[in-house]
Design a protein around this ligand. Structure first.
Ligand code: PXG
Length: 289
């Protein structure tokens, strides 16, 4: 496998970073998870915009232009003959000292990995997911804003541990006010009486690109979509619930804290949105050429 590291493609065995890299020492950096479908990188410009916004928010200077970054992503896919796969783009603060001071780090490190992804088992797409609310509260937006896709994922990992310990593969995370935020690695949507609602990012959600695409597709199809704060109650009494993410795509949730959602099966609107999403993913994107 070829990895993009720094400013060029190298063999996987040569793709090594310093033990003094602040990405490793402090989770100091930003990342993106991107999908390629059918020989195209889906939502590439949007992912790169979000990466640079995340970097700006943490005062991280990415030593490449957005155009160079987009080119590097495509080159990495090409070098690994990826036409359907998953791309992990990581920018760390780079090599520094054992102290926190990020200004002592010489240069940000850029890493691009283009590989295959393991999805949820098909059975879960067919029958839906069970989730539980976890005690780990989503990061306070004035501590680490959840809109920053930072390398520091302990908040999400603590939530994921609770989910797995409870026998679930995903969970519901609330913000410090008890409002619905998101899942540990996905955004959440509810459908009630035909209206689709998802929490605004101000409630503690990453502004997911799958989320944004689903909102756009749903509105184009004539559905009413709202971004509004929600309580767990709104989830429990929903007709349909689903999660969105680059890796998960659209997956139905049929049980939340032992409350069956709707009739306990993936709903019609969720299935329709998944179909629209897959059609967009297959036909849009930056060609890998
Ligand atoms: N919320 C969080 C906290 C995320 O990490 C999403 C929402 C969905 O955003 P996008 O832009 O992908 O629609 C994410 C992204 C994994 C994994 O292995 C998931 C993400 C990132 C890295 C790994 O499940 N999700």
């Amino acid at each position: 496998m070829k990895i993009f590291l720094g400013d060029k493609l190298v063999d996987e065995k040569d793709a090594v970073v310093s033990v003094f890299d602040h990405g490793l020492l402090y989770g100091d950096g930003v990342f993106e998870g991107i999908r390629a479908y059918n020989g195209r990188v889906f939502l590439l410009e949007e992912h790169i915009d979000r990466l640079y916004d995340s970097a700006k928010a943490i005062v991280l200077n990415i030593p490449m232009t957005k155009a160079e970054m987009a080119e590097a992503v495509v080159e990495t896919c090409k070098a690994n003959e990826i036409s359907d796969g998953y791309i992990r783009l990581v920018v760390t603060r780079g090599k520094g000292t054992l102290g926190l001071n990020p200004y002592l780090c010489e240069k940000a490190e850029v890493i691009i990995i283009a590989a295959k992804i393991q999805l949820y088992p098909q059975e879960l797409y067919d029958n839906g997911l069970k989730i539980v609310t976890v005690g780990t509260v989503r990061n306070h937006s004035e501590a680490i804003n959840p809109r920053i896709k930072s390398l520091n994922y302990l908040n999400n990992i603590m939530a994921k541990i609770e989910a797995i310990n409870a026998g679930c593969m995903e969970c519901l995370m609330l913000n410090h006010k008890g409002e619905v935020a998101e899942a540990s690695g996905d955004n959440i949507f509810v459908i009630k009486n035909g209206v689709i609602t998802t929490p605004p990012s101000s409630c503690g959600a990453l502004e997911g690109l799958t989320r944004n695409k689903v909102i756009e597709l749903a509105r184009a199809e004539g559905y009413e979509v709202r971004e509004a704060p929600m309580a767990r109650y709104d989830i429990y009494v929903a007709d349909e619930v689903f999660l969105t993410g680059t890796a998960a795509e659209i997956i139905s949730v049929v049980d939340v804290d032992k409350r069956e959602i709707g009739d306990g099966k993936p709903g019609a609107i969720t299935n329709k949105l998944a179909e629209l999403y897959h059609n967009a993913a297959k036909s849009e994107g930056t060609p890998i050429v």
